[in-house]
Design a protein around this ligand. Structure first.
Ligand code: ATP
Ligand code: ZN
Length: 285
């Protein structure tokens, strides 16, 4: 029987969340730090541990079927691969930054300047779009020190909180790309492998959806039930069960994380009591 080969980052910012995602999909792998390949004990899959930059090429040439990595790398390396799903972790942006005392007026600042980056393709594309001609200096790491050592007038690098830029005396001036982790796959998978990928994607969707919702239980006086049911969106409509004593009911529903606090405030204003909120592990709709 064929196995789905899933490439993930061996060690770095993506590793832990990639493993956690597979775990949440109930796909188990034996632990072993120095392994390059491991076989799942309960799903027809093998995991390949690679440098994130190598993952697109492995997926393109079919050594791996599926990969988990940042969109920033996917966009930079431009391989013939398919992006199947955004995963919501490892969020960051690829940005241009300059020394913080520069009087920056716009992207034209970079005309004829030197920019240090590990993302020459995306940097070049962005500059070309804005008719800027700069001199791009490729360096593979520690890009943020380039201006202070006189190597470049600006940089193009990944930013999440901006703390690294700040501590190197830089400020973010243009966002080139917003990125998060994605699942990619080879576009020409054999049907049996495609079926396994579909199974994996279904599990991923089920897990990710659940993360955005909470299960909510509350007690409501019966005379306020109509109002409270209107407040709760739910998947269909809320479940209402009578309490053993008094003119009260227990109401159960599912609430989206985004309007969660609004809903809670409205419920309390309308007489709800004993509100319990519980995480949902999986959501199959
Ligand atoms: P490797 O040894 O696998 O090549 P790396 O040094 O290129 O590792 P990491 O620093 O582990 O990579 O980052 C991996 C990915 O994590 C990035 O490509 C990006 O998608 C994401 N990421 C999220 N936030 C940040 C950040 N603040 N800085 C860098 N990468 C980030
Ligand atoms: Zn890398």
């Amino acid at each position: 029987m064929s196995k789905l080969r899933i490439a993930i980052q061996k060690s770095g910012r993506l590793s832990e969340d990639s493993l956690k995602l597979l775990k949440d999909c109930s796909i188990k792998f034996p632990k072993g730090k120095n392994k390059l390949i491991a076989e799942s004990t309960n799903f027809p899959a093998e995991i390949l541990y690679l440098r994130d930059d190598d993952i697109p090429q492995y997926v393109e040439n079919g050594i791996a079927d599926v990969g988990i990595l940042g969109e920033n790398v996917v966009e930079e390396v431009q391989k013939a691969i398919r992006v199947d799903k955004k995963l919501g972790f490892s969020k960051c942006r690829l940005s241009l930054a300059v020394p913080k005392d520069v009087d920056y007026q716009g992207v034209q600042y970079f005309n004829s300047k030197k920019i240090a980056t590990s993302y020459p393709v995306l940097t070049e594309q962005y500059l070309a779009k804005h008719n800027v001609k700069a001199d791009i200096e490729y360096i593979s790491g520690s890009v943020e020190i380039a201006p202070s050592i006189g190597l470049a007038s600006g940089i193009c690098d990944l930013v999440s909180t901006g703390g690294t830029l700040l501590s190197n005396g830089l400020k973010e001036v243009e966002i080139i790309l917003k990125s998060e982790a994605v699942i990619i796959s080879n576009p020409n998978l054999a049907p049996d492998k495609q079926a396994l990928l579909n199974k994996l994607l279904f599990r991923v969707e089920t897990t990710l959806k659940a993360k955005n919702y909470k299960y909510i239980l509350l007690n409501a006086p019966n005379e306020k039930l109509d109002k409270i049911i209107d407040i709760l969106p739910g998947m269909k409509s809320p479940t209402v069960l009578p309490l053993a004593r008094g003119k009260w009911s227990s109401v159960h529903s599912v609430v989206n994380e985004n309007d969660f606090w609004n809903v809670i405030d409205l419920l309390r204003e309308n007489g709800a009591e004993g509100i319990l909120v519980v995480p949902i592990e999986k959501m199959v709709l």
